[in-house]
Ligand binder design. Structure first.
Ligand SMILES: [Zn+2]
Length: 555
């Protein structure tokens, strides 16, 4: 346990100076930012009371003098935490938020932002953040997705305090379901799905609604015992068949499935539906605040209704805008189809905005964190243009990414009349001291695009000298005449003397190739660098031909 006596004294003094008397309750919340652990609260309280009493016994003059010495200890919240607006009824040290992914897909950036916002709130209020998997859909939940989610969340910089699986609470959920049946709030329905659907559309109750409690309880037990085939029985809530909100019309809250669950195996054959499991779990987990995207708005009425029937505590729910990236597909179902039909290569295809894809392209966790702070609790849904992600990411990586020369579709240039230089020493980044030596001969490679743009004109080879380019190439080669070393307002272009073949996977899924300078062989897998005048790229791998394979981040 950290010794916080100095901090306690400082806050008590300030509190006493402000209000004439120090208040124990005002001191505790301040201590979390000085490293107080929630589990040490009990032990710390007597110490706070003791110091508060001491401070209150001092004269105003003594308080002033003592506070002058301890002033620097009093720390206000860090600036970045103030980026998020306050949550209603949030008590410092007592806020519990949760990240509740369904392990049935990969997260896209919209999920990542909601996860980060909830995590940042738990941190802001020195509370707790629970990672809970809503895994009660055994057909869809898999170990692969479960592991991938955890990997993504850790990479995003989220440090959850506790991890749970909703499926570990199945016995508790069964008990609650049974309570609903006993209290005549739920019934076992034997209607086939089509009939149920059409009756709900017509706002008409099904005959099973009238079944006696005992019959329902007996059938429920038989469901749990695996005596009924899949689809033959469901547990439905007595909602409101006349409600304009479709989800309120006697919704199914549990169903039969014999599918094997990735963690629970074949242990259970009755599974709660999301609308039952999710609010019940939030309440069981003691969640105080839920922040979720607006798409859940219609379900809120049902969630509140269920918790009221069960007399369970409701968390405070804040709905925020749903964020989409312009033009990017984010529907899990559609993405799965695109992968199956070979339209895209996988969940990390560069055309997607999954965390996995953006990560592989060279987007950094700080980009997501900054965006989450900016988005905050804003209710306005919106499309975020990809250029916004790129701009935030660029601001972060520009300062640290080493710069290299890359020429796309290279053309060799034979230079006549140039002085023999041998090599030039070039910094990797204008703000960093590290350099590399680049060999200089009498022939260079430049990109076909630069040649097309500047043929017949004078250009400057970056960091080197000026050339007069010829106006036509012969079989991938051209020539040029040395002019001077003088820095003139001529176009500056990149060049490679001896290089390595590099391929770059572009954001549209196509590959381009070219030559990258020799020094690039020291780039680490996973490192993000800048190809000058081309854009940022992340080294993904070295392929079997020894070529460097990069993924394009953005300009
Ligand atoms: Zn029925």
């Amino acid at each position: 346990m950290v010794d916080l006596s100095k901090e306690i004294r400082a806050y008590a003094l300030r509190n006493a100076l402000e209000f004439g008397k120090a208040d124990t309750g005002k001191i505790l919340p301040k201590l979390f930012q000085h490293g107080l652990d929630r589990k040490d609260i009990k032990q710390t309280m007597p110490q706070i009371t003791k110091i508060v009493n001491e401070v209150n016994a001092l004269s105003a003059e003594e308080r002033n003098k003592a506070f002058a010495e301890l002033k620097d200890v009093v720390k206000e919240r860090e600036e970045k935490e103030e980026g998020l607006p306050e949550l209603e009824q949030a008590v410092d040290g007592q806020v519990i938020t949760r990240l509740a992914p369904e392990p049935s897909k990969y997260n896209h950036i919209g999920h990542a932002l909601v996860f980060l916002i909830q995590y940042l709130y738990a941190k802001k209020y020195h509370g707790k953040c629970i990672l809970r998997f809503d895994d009660t859909n055994p057909e869809k939940s898999t170990l692969e997705y479960y592991n991938a989610m955890k990997d993504d969340l850790a990479w995003l910089g989220i440090k959850w305090d506790e991890e749970r699986l909703a499926s570990d609470d199945m016995p508790r959920m069964y008990t609650l379901a049974e309570q609903l049946i006993s209290e005549k709030h739920a019934f076992v329905c034997s209607c086939v799905q089509e009939d149920m659907k059409s009756l709900r559309e017509k706002m008409k109750a099904c005959p099973c609604r009238k079944n006696a409690v005992q019959k329902n309880l007996d059938e429920w037990k038989l469901m749990l015992a695996g005596k009924f085939p899949e689809g033959s029985k469901t547990l439905r809530l007595k909602g409101d068949m006349k409600s304009n909100n479709g989800v309120m019309r006697d919704p199914v809250i549990a169903r039969i499935s014999f599918a094997e669950h990735f963690k629970q195996g074949k242990k259970y054959c009755v599974w709660p539906m999301y609308d039952f499991e999710n609010p019940v779990e939030d309440s069981l987990n003691g969640v105080t605040h839920v922040i979720r995207s607006k798409e859940f708005e219609l379900r809120a009425e049902l969630h509140t209704f269920i918790l009221e029937l069960l007399k369970m505590k409701m968390p405070i729910v804040r709905e925020i805008g749903r964020y989409q990236i312009t033009g990017a597909e984010t529907q899990g179902r559609v993405i799965r189809e695109m992968i199956e039909t070979g339209k895209i290569n996988g969940w990390d295809d560069p055309r997607l905005v999954t965390v996995k894809a953006l990560r592989r392209r060279g987007f950094v966790p700080e980009m997501f964190q900054e965006l989450a702070q900016t988005v905050g609790l804003s209710k306005s849904s919106g499309h975020i243009d990809f250029s916004v992600l790129a701009a935030v990411n660029r601001k972060i990586i520009d300062a640290r990414a080493n710069r290299y020369s890359f020429v796309q579709d290279s053309i060799e240039v034979q230079v006549a009349g140039a002085p023999a230089i041998g090599k030039v020493t070039v910094q990797f980044h204008p703000d960093k001291p590290e350099t590399r030596d680049v060999e200089v001969g009498h022939s260079f490679f430049i990109s076909a695009g630069d040649f097309e743009a500047f043929k017949g004109k004078e250009i400057r080879l970056l960091h080197l000298y000026n050339l007069q380019l010829d106006d036509k190439p012969v079989k991938g080669k051209t020539s040029a005449m040395y002019t001077s070393t003088e820095v003139k307002p001529t176009p500056k272009i990149n060049w490679v003397s001896s290089g390595t073949t590099a391929r770059v996977l572009k954001e549209d899924g196509t590959w381009i190739s070219g030559l990258v300078e020799k020094a690039a062989s020291a780039i680490q897998i996973g490192e993000v660098v800048q190809f000058e005048r081309f854009g940022f790229v992340r080294l993904d791998k070295i392929n079997e031909k020894g070529e460097l394979e990069f993924w394009f981040s953005h300009k």
